[in-house]
Design a protein around this ligand. Structure first.
Ligand code: GZL
Length: 312
């Protein structure tokens, strides 16, 4: 009788375990790797059965993953959408199967009824904070900026660019002279920065780099050093994410500022799902608007130590 009771309790517990499909973009940056680590940890802690799919940064792989999750009959889908458009038909299928979808860290151009909520940050604000720091730092002096854009067509690349341009709009001394995507990767950042340096008199004309994420900036810092220039001095650097290796570069005086973005998007997403599963509560959008900028004055070595073990 005892064995039967234990078995039925175990079955009941397993039956109540929710299954969530996670269509992750890829592992293009340290920030992305941390988001994946934290999502898996949170699922484990909450007894959620996570089905993980890495799309290698290809939208068609994400669409295939969404369709597979619908076919499996998962209880919910997390989607970090690599680009902002082209999701309607896949999300319609999830909707028809009453499977709630939550967007993580990027937005899509689709009607709100195709997803339950979105967890992320105000990317326009992130770009504005970065631009505002540069304007203040150069303090009226002329500054030619090169820009490493994130993945073309992603909401964050579009919005970070918009925010940065807004911040420098009234300061004609700060000018973007070259702008190109490095696809959020270190190798992309290095390659494109090499071409910027080559095209701009060996880098002599470049005063600052604005990178849409730290990983591209870390790659660009390598290119600046290989060109015989001092990153953080000859060419100022400002970027976004707050990954450990960028704090390390700041501690070494080779980078100047980064706008922090938490990789913990899964926490609010799972909270929203658990509330929905419990009693049908529909969540609000969860958009962080108080992005903090860190500079060399903010104990970068300490920030590096604090963050290096967090799954980046
Ligand atoms: C931001 C996220 C971006 C990070 C990059 O919300 O979508 O994607 O800033 C990552 O590091 O590639």
């Amino acid at each position: 009788l005892l064995a039967a009771t234990v078995a039925s309790l175990a079955f009941a517990a397993a039956a109540s375990a929710q299954t969530v499909g996670f269509s992750q973009i890829g592992s293009e940056s340290g920030w992305r790797a941390a988001e994946t680590t934290l999502t898996k940890q949170q699922a484990e802690e909450r007894g959620i059965d996570l089905k993980f799919s890495d799309a290698q940064q290809k939208q068609e792989n994400q669409i295939a993953a969404i369709r597979a999750f619908v076919a499996q009959g998962v209880d919910a889908i997390l989607l970090a959408p690599v680009v902002a458009t082209g999701w309607d038909s896949a999300l319609e299928e999830a909707k028809e199967s009453d499977i709630p979808v939550i967007l993580l860290d990027r937005q899509i151009d689709a009607s709100d009824d195709l997803y339950m909520t979105a967890v992320g940050a105000d990317s326009v604000h992130e770009g504005e904070v970065a631009g505002g720091w540069l304007v203040d730092t150069v303090d009226g002096k002329d500054c030619n900026v090169v820009e490493l854009q994130g993945t073309t067509g992603s909401s964050v690349a579009i919005e970070r660019k918009e925010g940065f341009e807004k911040a420098i709009a009234d300061h004609p001394n700060v000018k973007i002279i070259r702008s190109q995507t490095g696809d959020f990767t270190r190798s992309g950042g290095k390659e494109v920065m090499e071409s910027f340096i080559q095209a701009e008199n060996g880098g002599e004309n470049i005063c600052a780099l604005f990178a849409h994420n730290d990983d591209m900036a870390v790659g660009a810092i390598q290119a600046i050093k290989e060109a015989g220039l001092q990153p953080g001095k000859d060419i100022l650097t400002v970027s976004i994410d707050g990954v450990p290796d960028y704090f390390k570069a700041m501690a070494n005086g080779e980078a100047n500022a980064t706008v922090e973005l938490t990789p913990n998007m899964a926490g609010p997403a799972f909270d929203a799902l658990e509330a929905y599963w419990a009693d049908g509560t529909m969540p609000q959008k969860f958009i962080q608007t108080d992005s903090k900028i860190y500079t060399q004055a903010d104990d970068p070595e300490g920030e590096y130590e604090r963050r290096k073990g967090l799954g980046y």
